[in-house]
Design a protein around this ligand. Structure first.
Ligand SMILES: *Cc1c(COP(=O)(O)O)cnc(C)c1O
Length: 389
């Protein structure tokens, strides 16, 4: 089955649901059984059957089956947010006394989780240069349980050499966990590149419409058991409506992402030619430092990227972001709508420095007409100049 067909078919079982194309939304806590035998065996019911709301419903099973198939893992477990999926995955593979290596370009709430929750339980985290590649071998210790990667990195978009990192990690018995949200399950196939557990903030491209919080973690056969025990043990379960919206969003992921890529590249190229722009961080651009690895390992780019523009006053920055007609200002991304926010990667680095000589920005290029978006940015630069005091 080709990718686009898989996206449409994976996890759908109309024959089990009176012919309905989409799975029903099961709102469930209690699941009733008829016999004492059944009741006593409830705890041992196989995966994929209903035993208790928290253990999953046909709605969450449909989402998990579909994501596992598209991403290419042995199984998937859903969580109520992307960060919950990250926490559940990390806690599955560490114990007191362990060490974790995390990319310095990591999503900052992941860093906070490591530095606070993991630290309190005696798990130490050290951060590494996202561009380290096979050089990570020198940082691996006997007690390194996990190497955590995110490619491209949050805010700064460095592309990591995942196969090289995974080979070094596996040689020392460490698991490789990846935040694969940027590429979605479509544009990067983590299990073909040595990843053991792949995490999606499904809130972003899988849901795709800015209206639900959802996370998924997909694993190899070897890692699936510990992962599931951890997520279940923490009591995480995705809400039924959100799980539904996730599996629904997945059906259009292919067409949406191709459009995000196409428009993202056009805006990125336009920005490269702007005199105010010092640098554009988008791996799909041929002169991006991560382009070669991106071409080797990814089959597309999403609509999220960064750029650095000349520094101005606070009033100038406000003028740039506040008056946009199409670019909204807000956390998150991956919906159909465009976003433009200033970012401060320099505040979230410990292993490397981020000193690009200007103001770092992040854009999410949505599904609007790309000409409208470019005009909107053109007007933002005009306001930026006009606000110079
Ligand atoms: C948003 C995001 C998350 C967290 O997802 P939530 O659903 O908001 O908890 C994790 N990783 C990356 C890269 C993200 O952008």
């Amino acid at each position: 089955m080709k990718e686009d067909t898989k996206i449409v078919k994976a996890g759908r079982h109309p024959e089990d649901q009176l012919g309905a194309v989409n799975p029903p939304v099961y709102h469930v806590s209690t699941v009733l059984v008829r016999t004492l035998d059944e009741f006593e065996n409830l705890r041992e019911t196989p995966e994929g059957t209903m035993a208790y709301g928290r253990r999953g419903t046909p709605t969450s099973f449909a989402l998990e089956e579909a994501v596992a198939e598209v991403e290419g893992g042995a199984g998937c477990i859903s969580s109520p947010s992307g960060l919950a999926a990250i926490a559940g995955a990390l806690l599955a593979f560490v114990e007191t006394g362990d060490h974790v290596l995390v990319t310095d370009s990591v999503y900052s709430p992941t860093r906070r989780f490591c530095d606070t929750v993991l630290a309190r339980f005696g798990v130490t985290t050290s951060y590494y240069d996202p561009l380290i590649g096979g050089g990570i071998a020198e940082l691996l210790r006997d007690n390194t349980a996990v190497v955590y990667v995110e490619s491209p990195g949050s805010l700064t978009f460095e592309v990591q050499d995942i196969p090289a990192i995974a080979a070094a990690a596996h040689a020392r018995g460490a698991k490789v966990l990846m935040d694969n949200t940027w590429a979605s399950p479509l544009f990067f196939k983590p299990f073909e590149h040595g990843v053991d557990v792949s995490i999606q903030a499904a809130t972003k491209y899988i849901v795709g419409h800015s209206d639900a919080m959802l996370g998924t973690a997909t694993a190899t056969a070897e890692c699936l058991g510990p992962l599931r025990d951890s997520v279940r043990g923490l009591g995480y379960c995705a809400g039924p409506d959100d799980a539904y919206l996730g599996q629904r969003g997945l059906r259009t992921l292919g067409v949406r992402l191709r459009r995000h890529h196409e428009s993202g590249l056009e805006v990125a190229r336009w920005l490269e030619r702007r005199p105010e722009v010092l640098r554009v961080m988008y791996p799909a651009l041929p002169d991006d430092p991560g382009h070669a690895i991106w071409r080797r390992d990814f089959s597309g780019a999403s609509g999220l990227f960064g750029f650095v523009m000349e520094s101005g006053s606070r009033a100038q920055l406000a003028a740039f972001v506040e008056g946009c007609a199409h670019f909204g200002m807000g956390a998150s991304w991956g919906g159909f709508e465009s976003l433009c926010i200033p970012t401060t990667p320099e505040n979230h680095r410990t292993a490397t420095q981020w000193a690009p000589g200007g103001q770092t920005m992040r854009l999410h290029i949505g599904l609007e007409d790309v000409g409208d978006l470019i005009e909107d940015l053109d007007r933002a630069f005009a306001r930026f100049h006009k606000a110079k005091g």
